[in-house]
Design a protein around this ligand. Structure first.
Ligand code: SF4
Length: 365
């Protein structure tokens, strides 16, 4: 199988071109095509000699994952189920903001972290994504926006889709570097957010290697409850985590993000809010409350609206910046892993409708 050219950074691509007897600026041209212009074929690269285009095609692939299904709600949140070359399926979500789009990308097929409130965890871990499989999610989103004639730019990338990003460390770092490279995608470092369930050693490594905006998936204000919700907490205490957080450079508005899924009667009381406030009182963080998205396979419920607001109010009263994530995409299998699960079930069901036809005709939009 030919290597996918999206696996490589500019220096590597320049070297490939050099090996083909080409000057280094040809590498820059090719890199521009595969990043800024989101090219799908070498044939599109009209400023390259025809022979070179053929030669590149002989050695490299530019293939993208296949869009198995996409769902969009009326606000413009669009969820993609993408089929990789080995048949595995991942999810990517495009979220409209006031003046830009944010893309939530996956870094693994499945996840080994085993969080009890997460559908992805139920399918277990399959494999890490390659660099080109991470980058391809960005290309697919860019092309989608272009084809739809949407003018708002894709400005933010959050590594919060399927998988634990820091468990696929090497590929994550390379993908981040490619996304930041000013000669290509040119995403600002503070607009690249890496989330983690809390792999403490890797947080220190990221701080050293490529500090981005950081989002810590906390979900519980004490070790006892956290261990029940997130097996990773059995290895790393909150004390260790907060220590790592303090040591991490703050690139985004001087604040780290704390993600907290609010689950009815599990972690949503005012006692929990008070514990959370005490943990972060003196730290520059933003707490993002995410009301749980219910699913028949998960044993939890979403708290009532009043309880969500009371939780937020309590944190705000302690001077902690706290937002409640809007339920964008509630109608479109928005919880992590839901669309993937639905597509896999459909594909495995013999009398399924033709998904590709459905996508082509817009029937799923
Ligand atoms: S919530 Fe995130 S880290 Fe936890 S199992 Fe799901 S994908 Fe993995």
């Amino acid at each position: 199988m030919k290597p996918n050219l999206r696996n490589f950074d500019l220096e590597e691509i320049r070297n490939f071109l050099k090996d083909l007897g080409e000057p280094s600026y040809r590498g820059d041209q090719v890199y521009h095509w595969i990043t800024c212009k989101a090219a799908l074929t070498f044939e599109e690269m009209t400023n390259l000699p025809k022979n070179l285009r053929k030669e590149l095609d002989k050695h490299f692939s530019l293939s993208l994952p296949e869009i198995m299904e996409l769902q969009a709600d009326e606000e413009g949140t669009t969820k993609f189920a993408l089929k990789l070359e080995d048949g595995e399926i991942i999810e990517t979500v495009l979220i409209p903001e006031r003046d830009h789009f944010t893309l939530c990308v996956s870094t693994q097929v499945g996840c080994a972290m085993g969080c009890t409130f997460c559908l992805t965890a139920k399918s277990g871990f399959k494999r890490n994504l390659e660099v080109y499989e991470i980058i391809s999610q960005v290309i697919i989103a860019k092309r989608y926006l272009k084809e739809k004639g949407v003018e708002l730019p894709l400005r933010n990338i959050v590594f919060m889709g399927m998988g634990e990003p820091l468990a696929n460390y090497k590929n994550l770092i390379k993908a981040l570097k490619i996304l930041e490279d000013k000669r290509g995608f040119n995403f600002s470092r503070k607009r690249l957010t890496v989330s983690t369930a809390g792999l403490v050693e890797k947080i220190y490594e990221l701080a050293k290697d490529f500090p981005t905006a950081l989002a810590l998936s906390l979900h519980a204000p004490n070790d006892e409850l956290r261990k029940k919700l997130m097996p990773v907490a059995k290895k790393y205490s909150l004390k260790d985590l907060i220590q790592a957080l303090k040591a991490f450079p703050r690139v985004k508005n001087g604040r780290h993000t704390i993600e907290y899924v609010l689950i009815k009667d599990v972690n949503d009381s005012l006692i929990h809010a008070e514990e959370l406030a005490r943990l972060f009182k003196k730290l520059p963080v933003k707490i993002n409350l995410i009301p749980f998205n219910p699913h028949p396979e998960l044993p939890y419920e979403r708290p009532e609206e009043e309880k969500i607001l009371a939780f937020q109010k309590h944190l705000l009263s302690h001077g902690i910046l706290t937002t409640v994530r809007k339920s964008k995409g509630l109608k479109i299998s928005a919880a992590c892993g839901q669309l993937r699960r639905r597509v896999i079930e459909k594909v495995l069901t013999p009398d399924t409708c033709d998904l590709k036809t459905a996508v082509r005709t817009g029937a799923v939009l």
